[in-house]
Design a protein around this ligand. Structure first.
Ligand SMILES: Nc1ncnc2c1ncn2[C@@H]1O[C@H](COP(=O)(O)OP(=O)(O)OP(=O)(O)O)[C@@H](O)[C@H]1O
Ligand SMILES: [Mg+2]
Length: 317
């Protein structure tokens, strides 16, 4: 135990350096554009202010137009349930687009369509202005690497027979030698706070947070143009989360990677996203600049979402 006391006292006026470090790592509106992980040794090489993301508002990398998805409901009448209803958005180069909304509002369905894991009933996703969601899997294969996924439930996306090393090696874009691939895999693990010792482990034997970090490393190693993240930080402690958020910022700066970032944590969204979409019952009920939407929400549902956020009073002090 490094510090104890009444909650307000400890959280508002932390004395132990470690408590200070923990509190400083919490993402929020105030931490936008700043590094969260400070000088922790495991953090990425860069220090101080992250380079600003290489954004280009003219270059649309991905466009979703009027996406709709329904599922058959069992039982009499055979009605269909609408999971996604007329959803459109654009993702620019280097941009981070946040998606927030209640459970069951269609966020993962939307991510799956963007990743071409699910076909929309109507509407279309285009990549660099060219067809994407309408292609056959064979036609898509060459470009698959460009759109990476950090799924909500990483375990189900790993082949249970594979080691972490195999999972990572498979996603390396170039035809490097075995030794080079191993070095790249170790570097990717270190960037997410894991070590070479994890290469021979199987994902099933890792903790939830470690698995999530392997999923993030797998996405990064492919040097993608777009990363679709579905609650990628939910199983991480606040310091590792800070490290991963810094890493994502570096990647955007270095490679101009775009993000579609689904999260229940509005602090994370405010820290990271440029624009945000608010989902409710399969529809986008509000959209816009992250500061505008989260500081001055127009839709009643967005206001409700913000009001229900615990710790808001502490964060703003
Ligand atoms: N394969 C399926 N068959 C039937 N219904 C489905 C299917 N997949 C999703 N749904 C339904 O579609 C709705 C949207 O699901 P989705 O997973 O997109 O929600 P979500 O916004 O990601 O929620 P959460 O925040 O809980 O992850 C839910 O009501 C879900 O039950
Ligand atoms: Mg989901």
């Amino acid at each position: 135990m490094v510090e104890d006391g009444p909650v307000r006292e400890v959280l508002r006026r932390p004395r132990a350096p470690y408590t200070r470090e923990l509190l400083a790592a919490i993402p929020s509106a105030a931490s936008r554009g700043a590094r969260l992980a400070g000088d922790r040794p495991a953090a990425t090489a860069a220090r101080g202010e992250p380079a600003s993301p290489r954004r280009s508002d003219d270059e649309v990398v991905l466009e979703a137009s009027r996406l709709t998805k329904t599922y058959a409901l069992r039982g009499p009448g055979q009605e269909r349930f609408t999971a996604l209803d007329d959803v459109s958005f654009r993702l620019h180069r280097g941009e981070a687009l946040g998606i927030v909304g209640e459970s069951g509002s269609g966020k993962t369905t939307c991510a799956d369509i963007v990743l071409a894991l699910t076909r929309p009933d109507s509407g279309e996703v285009r990549l660099h202005g060219r067809p994407w969601s309408v292609l056959t899997e064979r036609e898509r294969r060459a470009s698959r690497r460009l759109v990476q996924y950090v799924p909500q439930d990483p375990l189900s996306s790993f082949d249970p027979r594979w080691t972490v090393g195999q999972v990572l090696a498979e996603n390396i874009p170039r035809q490097d030698s075995r030794a080079q691939r191993r070095d790249l895999a170790v570097a990717a693990l270190e960037r997410v706070g894991l070590t070479a010792g994890h290469l021979t482990r199987r994902p099933r034997s890792l903790s939830g947070g470690q698995r999530q970090r392997v999923a993030i490393a797998r996405a990064l190693i492919a040097e993608p143009e777009i990363i679709v993240c579905d609650e990628p930080l939910s199983a991480l402690d606040v310091l590792i989360q800070a490290q991963v958020l810094d890493l994502i910022a570096d990647l955007r700066a270095e490679l101009g990677t775009s993000l579609l970032f689904i999260s229940h944590d509005l602090g994370v969204v405010h820290h990271l996203a440029d624009r945000v979409l608010v989902f409710k019952e399969g529809r986008v009920v509000e959209r816009g600049d992250v500061d505008e939407v989260l500081k001055a929400p127009r839709h009643a549902y967005t206001r409700e979402l913000l009001a229900s956020l615990p710790g808001q009073a502490l964060r703003t002090t």
